[in-house]
Design a protein around this ligand. Sequence first.
Ligand code: CMC
Length: 427
Amino acid sequence: MSENFAELIIGGKKLELPIVEGTEGEKAIDISSLRRESGFITIDPSFLNTGACFSKITFIDGEKGILRYRGIPVQELAEDASFIETAYLLLHNEFPNSDQLECFSKLLTEHSMLHEDMRHFFDGFPRGAHPMHILSTMINALSTFYPNVDALSLIDDINVTAARLISVVRTMAAFAYKKSIGEPVVYPSADDSYCANFLHMMFDSPVKKYKVDKDIVKALNQLLILHADHEQNCSTTTVRTIGSAQVNLYATISAGISALSGPLHGGANQAVMSMLESIRQDGGDIEKYITMAKDAEDPFRLMGFGHRVYKNFDPRATIIKETCHTLLNKLEIEDELLGIAMQLEEVALEDPYFVKRKLYPNVDFYSGIIYKAMGIPENMFTVMFVLGRLPGWIAHWKEMISKGIKIARPRQIYTGKTLTHLSDIVK
Ligand code: CMC
């Protein structure tokens, strides 16, 4: 047998299935002809072993804790690049030179305003509505203002559309927050950087000027970079799946936001803070929560721990933990929750349950403590994840449509009743 094929003997028939290999040596068996040739399909619930596409955007080696965007280690980007440069890199497959960056920044500024008619939409949401649901609704509503943005008619406009999405989502997030606290909205400014602009819209008020702190801007920039892409995670897969039906891009991104809101995905950063707060109010009894997390009968999980792909450490978590310490020190904030988080991590990393299952702190474990130090309310934490992840979603959508779309449509193995006639039931 050739080295480039896997041999499968099935129903007395021998099949040669091609082996494909990526640029980093990852190997896969190409089963695209399997059903046609054998009548069999594969079954892989939750896609633990299934590669859904070829992608040039992000490389992860979960065993070694490697994360690279377009080949560049995320640590280098987090140290030396801006979020906007990183967004450009993901979208265009090259790090921007100064002209490209200027053009991109100009586009972002031009498209940072929310259509005035949409401002009134915020009034319709009930008080206390979760900002993630408000955000996914508002992004979906953009599809009514820009209906011709789908996989077939978009191509020429993608730069404008990407800029509008990346820029306006920040305005929407800040408006949603201002509405929730009953303050007038603050419009974006043409002079501030992406992160400074967001903080200004969030915290400036007619009676109290907000002074943007450069350490907060730096930390926010880094957090957004670390969240900017993570290959085929649940929300990105949602974007690719929905986009494959040639759905309007805004509606597609809205679905990605909904997927991200779940506590097993981006919603974990908010859930971590609730968990740490519960532990604090419970007298800081770490062992009790570790025991609960290990109990198979108890639905409680250690939020911010574990990852489908990382089985060694999450490189994002390592950077975020360090930034968390640096920022809290600079701002002279002592947060009891940071102490609890560190103790929890220490105990869990020594515990055979977590060691055996290779469960480590993930990106969400320390990020909430930083957001809290910045003054961002807890229910906005997952919205912050959206700001970071948008370039990644758009890059994947672009990559998908550039290869020609085939609608995503998995199969199943039916396990329900066999043929049952109505006349046998209703006499
Ligand atoms: N606390 C306690 N036990 C856990 C945890 C946890 N956080 N995570 C996994 N396990 C156990 C799980 O019960 C299972 O045990 P057993 O083998 O005895 O049945 C084993 O570890 C494997 O877990 P799994 O659920 O099969 O793993 P998965 O790859 O399907 O799930 C995960 C990954 C991230 C959903 C999961 O680890 C989890 O629920 N973590 C807490 C939520 C969280 O922090 N989510 C953010 C993920 S990172 C940001 C993002 O990508 O969105």
